[in-house]
Design a binder for this molecule. Structure first.
Ligand code: AMP
Length: 284
């Protein structure tokens, strides 16, 4: 496995692989790799014959009061994980390498970035779309693997790739959860033992939503009210949002119909956690 720290070196490695006719798979990450990332990497390794993983904590997607500085960076163990999973190249640039001069070009995906996390993290998706556009241009993969855990991010990036005619396919992989349902996340490291237990209520609320919809409830306020009741049982949970939206447009729904995305963001202590479920209600 090669570790490339410069744009030039990763481009050279990919170019050599491409000249041998290899299919290039790419998994963009911020490191602190866990089983969720590993699932994406394993799928990439299975479906492609040259896999690049980027490890880059992107400063432009963090707000001024967010956790950029304290975000975990266990670089050596990340490399071990990648090696074991059969990755060909880890691209680990410095912020200076990625943003050499003042960055004056930004990718702003409209509409899809306004609801859900967009309301609470101004500029976040601008940073995500911009860094992913840069990474896609640098790595030039045939296919990029993203997680359903960050549903809005995946939808925004799919739109960007389509709108800007980027020649790659986006594959979205299911959310990997721990046995008690908590979605695996690098930010779970911020939780104390008690907070980690409290965090299981996020998935409980999403499961409640699922069972209400399966039982035929179509009134969104009723469903959100029931989800709120579950989360409010836990004093450490501060609800940021509970939303049920159209799974493609992310627009608010009047009642449950078609494919819906139920998404939750909460704060527990210093950790901001998000999770979601996709439901195909089969209703028109
Ligand atoms: P991050 O390192 O948090 O930027 O995540 C890198 C990629 O891994 C993104 O596409 C995430 O959606 C994906 N990812 C993170 N956690 C999970 C998870 N629990 N299950 C599936 N994919 C995940």
């Amino acid at each position: 496995m090669e570790v490339a720290e410069t744009i030039e070196s990763v481009r050279k490695l990919v170019k050599a692989a491409r000249s041998k006719g290899k299919r290039i798979g790419f998994v963009p990450t911020m490191g602190a790799l866990h089983i969720g990332h590993i699932c994406l990497i394993e799928k990439a390794v299975k479906e492609c014959n040259f896999v690049v993983v980027s490890i880059f904590v992107n400063p432009t997607q963090f707000g001024p009061d967010e956790d950029f500085e304290k975000y975990p960076r266990p670089f050596e163990s990340d490399l071990e994980i990648c090696k074991k999973a059969g990755v060909d190249v880890v691209f680990a640039p410095s912020p200076q390498e990625m943003y050499k001069k003042e960055n004056l070009t930004w990718v702003n995906v409209e509409k899809l970035t306004e609801p859900l996390c967009g309301r609470f993290r101004p500029g976040h998706f601008r940073g995500v779309a911009t860094v992913c556009a840069k990474l896609f241009n640098i790595v030039a993969p045939d296919v990029a693997y993203l997680g359903q855990k960050d549903a809005q991010q995946a939808i925004v990036l799919k739109q960007m790739v389509a709108d800007l005619n980027m020649p790659l396919e986006i594959v979205v992989c299911p959310t990997v959860r721990q046995a008690d349902g908590l979605a695996v996340s690098s930010r779970n490291k911020y939780l104390s033992e008690q907070q980690r237990k409290d965090a299981t209520y996020i998935y409980k609320a999403l499961k409640k939503c699922e069972s209400l919809i399966e039982a035929g409830t179509t009134d969104i306020e009723t469903i959100i009210g029931e989800m709120q009741k579950i989360l409010k049982q836990v004093p450490s949970i501060e609800i940021e949002y509970i939303s049920i939206v159209d799974a493609e447009t992310l627009q608010e729904l009047e009642r449950i119909a078609g494919k819906v995305l139920a998404a939750v963001a909460v704060k527990i202590g210093s950790a901001r956690l998000i999770d979601n479920i996709l439901l195909d209600t089969g209703k028109q």
